[in-house]
Design a protein around this ligand. Structure first.
Ligand SMILES: NC(=O)c1ccc[n+]([C@@H]2O[C@H](COP(=O)([O-])OP(=O)(O)OC[C@H]3O[C@@H](n4cnc5c(N)ncnc54)[C@H](O)[C@@H]3O)[C@@H](O)[C@H]2O)c1
Ligand SMILES: [Fe+2]
Length: 386
């Protein structure tokens, strides 16, 4: 039995299933809004999904505006810039359509609209003072789980870092999980965003804050993703695999809300901030070296991961199952064709000190890691990727 006190909160309402996007109009009526802003990025806009959402919202009698300029892994200054562009629109609800970048921007803009201060004052945990405008979040990647987390991640270009902003006001009022919206995600993005989701669950499962609730979400999520990610990568039109990925990703977001991510995410932040390595790619590259570092401290948990992923360990001891889980993680990164060398992104030996110093400051996440990491330990882990 756990001796920890734990807590959990999530989105106000989640609707899901193939075609569930068609129900957006009837659910919107609960907000009694007459004007909605749809927030997305140029890549998602090109798929036509935001236009479809817009039409459905208009058909329900709500006027819409469209903002499709969200930048990948948004720099912090873009929040205030976009706010200035849309503030006169009198929007009463914000609808985020896209991956983590668009969903996080939606949360930040919704809070910016009710708080009369620059977004820089939101930096940290629970610094947003007033409740945000209502939000609807519609993921089109099976990845970040942002639709159910109280987090929004921004890049700080001046410091070449990424940081997480945490606020209870970022949790959306409504989430729509429509698998059909993820069916067109290209293989490379399916792989990296899907691994991000898996890593949310794995890190939550080994987190020092792991608890019965986060374990439940994490194990089911790893089971779903571990058994379907290769299929979603190679046969993107397989809706069953896509559905497993989408639910697995949302459960991963719930797991991380309840227990937090750890060293993989902490070390990924400087790679994103300075070298623009996409979030899922940075995490996937770091996954194996960080788990090798953690190995001694997490063997019983890794054994359970092997079971959840359905791996035949060729033996039932904790040790054999834990080693089999590690083998499967190595195989996943390789089979999904994720780069394993940071030099692809321009990182050299001379950058290791910067990376290690920067990552060691991400104490919010490093504190969850089952094994403490010194700056030297972190440097060694990065060194394995050169
Ligand atoms: N808030 C959280 O809890 C949380 C958790 C993890 C990561 N994040 C953040 O989320 C961001 C990354 O999000 P992401 O990995 O979802 O990527 P993303 O939102 O940056 O999107 C990646 C690319 O995929 C494209 N895309 C998205 N859906 C598509 C679709 N259905 N079809 C075709 N193309 C599509 C986008 O246009 C974009 O070019 C990072 O900033 C990361 O730090 C947030
Ligand atoms: Fe992540």
């Amino acid at each position: 039995m756990t001796t920890k006190v734990y807590s959990f909160y999530t989105a106000g309402r989640i609707i899901g299933g193939p075609g569930s996007i068609k129900e957006i109009g009837q659910h919107l009526s609960a907000f009694e809004a007459s004007r909605a802003l749809i927030v997305t990025d140029p890549g998602v806009a090109k798929t036509g999904i935001p236009d479809r959402v817009r039409q459905l919202v208009e058909d329900s009698g709500v006027k819409t505006g469209l903002l499709s300029e969200v930048m990948a892994e948004p720099p912090i200054n873009q929040v205030d810039e976009l706010y200035e562009r849309v503030r006169s629109g009198d929007y009463e609800v914000l609808i985020g359509v896209g991956g983590g970048s668009s969903l996080d921007m939606t949360k930040l803009l919704a809070a910016r609209m009710t708080n009369d201060c620059s977004v820089s004052e939101f930096l940290g945990t629970e610094k947003v003072k007033k409740p945000a405008l209502p939000t609807v979040l519609i993921p089109t990647t099976a990845g970040t789980g942002s639709e159910v987390t109280p987090n929004a991640i921004v890049t700080l270009p001046d410091q070449e870092l990424k940081v997480g902003i945490v606020s209870k006001y970022f949790l959306p009022d409504l989430v729509i999980l429509d698998v059909e919206l993820t069916a067109g995600l290209p293989p490379k993005l399916t792989a990296s965003t899907g691994m991000d989701a898996f890593i949310h669950s794995l890190e939550s499962f080994i987190s020092t804050k792991a608890n019965p609730l986060s374990d439940t979400f994490a194990l089911r999520s790893m089971r779903l993703i571990g058994r379907s990610i290769r299929k979603a990568f190679s046969h993107g039109d397989d809706l069953e695999a896509r559905h497993a990925m989408l639910i697995g990703s949302t459960l991963g977001g719930m797991a991380l809300t309840a227990a937090g991510t750890a060293a993989v995410h902490a070390l990924a932040y400087p790679l994103g901030g300075k070298f623009a390595v996409p979030h899922g790619v940075a995490n996937s590259m770091l996954l194996v070296p960080v788990m090798e570092y953690n190995f001694d401290a997490i063997k019983p948990r890794l054994a359970e991961v092997a079971d959840a992923m359905g791996i035949d360990a060729g033996g039932r001891t904790t040790d054999s199952r834990a080693k089999a889980a590690m083998e499967e993680l190595r195989a996943l990164v390789k089979d999904l064709e994720i780069p394993s060398n940071m030099s692809v992104f321009g990182v050299t030996e001379g950058d290791l000190d910067f990376l290690a110093e920067a990552a060691s400051k991400v104490t919010r996440l490093l504190g969850n890691n089952p094994k403490k990491m010194s700056v030297e330990d972190i440097r060694e882990v990065y060194g394995k990727l050169l």
